[in-house]
Design a protein around this ligand. Structure first.
Ligand SMILES: Nc1ncnc2c1ncn2[C@@H]1O[C@H](COP(=O)(O)OP(=O)(O)O)[C@@H](O)[C@H]1O
Ligand SMILES: [Mg+2]
Length: 351
């Protein structure tokens, strides 16, 4: 049996993770290997529960065992995930594996919408997710999540007070809007805004999280600088719509994150409101209202990963306005969330 186990390990060492560019044995991704008379079982430890390669890896393992050990064995593979991290552990929020900022050049391009749906999709995959709304100019997370009348609880631990995030649809939420009255927010900038942001990061009890999304204000602001000075950020996702005026501002945002004082890795770009689709006689007829593939072209030009296109969908707007998220992930957010998780895992492996 031991002999067979060795052969199985050898076979699995020929299966490569295409993202991490190493074999599954070298990566320590195989656990609980049990070899029986007719059965081989083991667990693959993935780098994210939203791994888009789950099925591909399983099939590759089965094939390697059947080809290199024996095709007589039945192979049973379970998967589990241990989300990776490359954040500095000496920073604030050491229990948060990945901090992902969502940024744009312009307002109204769908940052909060995308942050919301990415958070929901990753949470539905089984990840522990938080969402911090840092948009001082227009905090919309409380409305989108239907908790605009709620106030977070304050708890005391060892004489220090902590803000407890609100839990909704399995996601932990905090908003700069909870700390101010919405009508005041517009005059509430500069040092006050930065202080509020710091409080939401440093004086809040987020607990253990796999992914914490930060929904940033549009453009460049004090909050961006405060963010990088306060917390180690895994990466940023740029959101843009396809038209030129949005793209010009998206380039400014990209340049800012590449600046020496800021220097946050860019995980990729998402193009929102890419087209409106009219279903006619079972035909999919996309109308490129704001021009075609402006975001995609920009990502290629800047050498940034393109994470996907989100069409204009009435359901997205309605859900956001009502603050009621459905049980089902609205596509393409499921696919894009997997791409995001994949990019994070690749970056963590490289650093
Ligand atoms: N793909 C989409 N389809 C339909 N409506 C959308 C889409 N993306 C965003 N919206 C709507 O557009 C408005 C602005 O989006 P929002 O996420 O608040 O932008 P931002 O956070 O960048 O200011 C919201 O009402 C939102 O519901
Ligand atoms: Mg917003």
């Amino acid at each position: 049996m031991q002999n067979v186990a060795k052969k199985v390990e050898q076979a699995l060492s020929t299966v490569y993770d295409p993202d991490l560019k190493k074999d599954l044995i070298a990566l320590g991704m195989i656990k609980n290997l049990v070899v029986g008379d007719t059965l081989i079982s083991f667990t693959i430890i993935l780098t994210t529960p939203a791994c888009p390669l789950k099925e591909v890896l399983k099939q590759a393992c089965i094939q390697a065992i059947h080809n290199q050990v024996s095709s007589d064995f039945e192979v049973i593979i379970e998967t589990t995930a241990k989300v990776t991290s490359s954040r500095s552990k000496t920073t604030v929020l050491p229990e948060v594996s990945n901090v992902i900022a969502i940024a744009s050049g312009k307002g109204g391009v769908g940052k909060s919408t995308i942050a919301t749906h990415l958070a929901l999709a990753l949470s539905q995959h089984g990840a522990r997710v938080g969402l911090l709304d840092a948009d001082i100019f227009g905090p919309s997370i409380p409305t989108m999540w239907g908790c605009d009348t709620q106030k977070p609880t304050i708890i005391e631990n060892k004489g220090k007070k902590y803000i407890l995030p609100i839990s909704k649809y399995g996601v932990k939420l905090l908003s700069i809007g909870f700390l101010s009255h919405s009508k005041e927010a517009i005059i509430w900038r500069g040092p006050m805004a930065s202080a509020a942001f710091k409080q939401l990061i440093q004086d809040s009890d987020w607990g253990q999280l796999d992914y914490l999304f930060i929904d940033l204000p549009p453009g460049t602001s004090d909050i961006h600088l405060t963010m990088v000075q306060t917390v180690s950020v895994t990466g940023v996702i740029i959101v843009t719509t396809p038209q030129k005026v949005a793209l010009i501002d998206a380039i400014k945002a990209i340049d800012m994150f590449r600046k020496e004082q800021i220097k946050v890795p860019i995980l990729g770009l998402i193009e929102n409101m890419s087209y409106f689709s009219i279903e006619k006689e079972a035909m999919h007829m996309p109308h490129y209202i704001f021009g075609k593939e402006g975001g995609k072209t920009l990502a290629e030009k800047e050498g940034i990963s393109f994470l996907g296109q989100v069409p204009l969908l009435p359901a997205i707007c309605t859900q956001g306005d009502l603050g009621i998220m459905g049980d089902e992930i609205i596509e393409p957010f499921g696919d894009i969330a997997q791409m995001v998780a994949q990019q994070i895992a690749i970056q963590n492996a490289a650093s």
